[in-house]
Design a binder for this molecule. Structure first.
Ligand code: NAI
Length: 345
């Protein structure tokens, strides 16, 4: 048995492949004797089915109590329907920072030796949901309007998080990604705040530069090694996080952490993958890497590192890989091999 005192945490299996990859991740955490004391709750479509609400009160209460959650993907209807439960969770718990590290896990791919960290602002920008239509001549959707809001305080908050992370982890460079040439106010405030903060408090601790979002996307594809850490506003961060996931073999490999002052929620970057749900073939690595970040977050970095090492050994020594990585293993075969690696060291 683990000697560590139990750590209360909320468990949200999620929709689609969520329960499949969550079972796999729990098997890994059990093998590590991670001392989480889970309170299982529903959200997304599962929340609607269980409690008539994509974000049931019991789920919110649980996270208010534990301040910590591991979450599977949640489905969001496109166009109409309910608002994203993910966005609501970020708002409810003021999870202002979205931390998305990507690392090459399988050498010899199109891009080798990738080690990038993206920090995305999680609460502001064009994701605030200030949207409406203007009807004209009987067309109810003749004009669509969205308002983005970035604040000095919000920009400061996320830039400070990114810069402090760079110092704590010894990163070499932080690139501030923006579109201040066109959206001069909305993203200009972010760039201006970043430049000022770096000059005032962080100069010399790491290099800092800035890059326009479209050029950044091109440069990441042409030569990703020129970047070390990226910090950017909400929408750009959403897009770039999928792009950098692609550099290391796709969404099945990319974890994310949503971090606020009083709560942290860990998840895979990918969605509920309805096209493969129920087939037992999903790659659980992204959620497992999110669990490793959660272990780091609660001060159990040794277990986080053991999990990452076991993933590496399973992929590269045992060559057990799921279909999205060109292998033939299903979720269970991969998980059994991983658990054996954890148990046998
Ligand atoms: P998706 O990420 O679910 O799927 C995109 C493609 O990647 C699919 O072909 C899928 O099979 C594949 N894929 C994703 N994860 C995989 C894994 N672990 N192993 C193997 N293949 C994997 O994106 P999509 O289809 O756009 O979204 C589906 C639903 O998920 C939507 O309702 C969306 O709103 C939601 N979503 C939720 C997120 C969250 O809760 N954090 C994030 C992104 C999307």
């Amino acid at each position: 048995m683990s000697q560590h005192p139990p750590i209360p945490a909320t468990l949200i299996p999620g929709d689609g492949i969520g329960p499949e990859i969550m079972d796999a991740t729990l098997a890994a955490l059990d093998a590590l004797e991670a001392p989480f004391q889970w309170d299982t709750q529903a959200a997304g479509l599962a929340g609607v089915a269980a409690a008539g609400d994509p974000l049931p009160a019991a789920t919110l209460e649980s996270i208010h109590r534990t301040h910590l959650a591991l979450k599977g993907p949640l489905e969001t209807p496109v166009g109409g329907g309910y608002r994203s439960s993910n966005v609501r969770l970020r708002e409810e718990f003021k999870l202002f920072a979205n931390l998305r590290p990507v690392r090459t896990l399988i050498p010899g791919g199109r891009y080798d030796n990738i080690d990038l960290v993206l920090v995305r602002e999680n609460l502001e920008g064009l994701y605030m949901g200030y949207e409406h239509y203007i009807p004209i001549d009987g067309d109810p959707h003749a004009v669509a309007i969205a308002t983005g809001v970035n604040t000095r305080q919000g920009s400061r908050h996320i830039l400070e998080f990114a810069f402090d992370y760079a110092v704590a982890k010894g990163r070499k460079q932080v690139s501030i990604v923006h579109k201040a040439n066109i959206m001069k106010a909305l993203t200009g405030i972010f760039l201006e705040t970043g430049r000022d903060m770096y000059a005032e408090r962080y100069a010399g601790k790491f290099d800092c530069n800035d890059v326009i979002i479209d050029a950044c996307a091109m440069k990441l594809v042409m030569n990703p090694w020129q970047f070390d850490m990226l910090v950017t506003t909400n929408l750009f961060g959403d897009i770039l996080s999928d792009l950098i996931a692609g550099l290391v073999g796709g969404l099945g490999m990319a974890p994310g952490a949503n971090i606020g002052e009083h709560a942290a929620i860990f998840e895979a970057v990918h969605g509920s993958a309805p096209d493969i749900t129920g087939k037992g073939i999903a790659n659980p690595i992204a959620l497992m890497l999110a669990a490793a970040m959660m272990l780091d977050h609660v001060g159990l970095a040794d277990k986080g590192e053991r999990l990452r090492t076991a993933i590496d050994q399973t992929l590269n020594t045992d060559k057990v890989r799921t279909g999205d990585l060109g292998g033939s293993a299903n979720t269970k075969v991969f998980t059994d091999a991983l658990v054996a690696r954890i148990r046998n060291g």
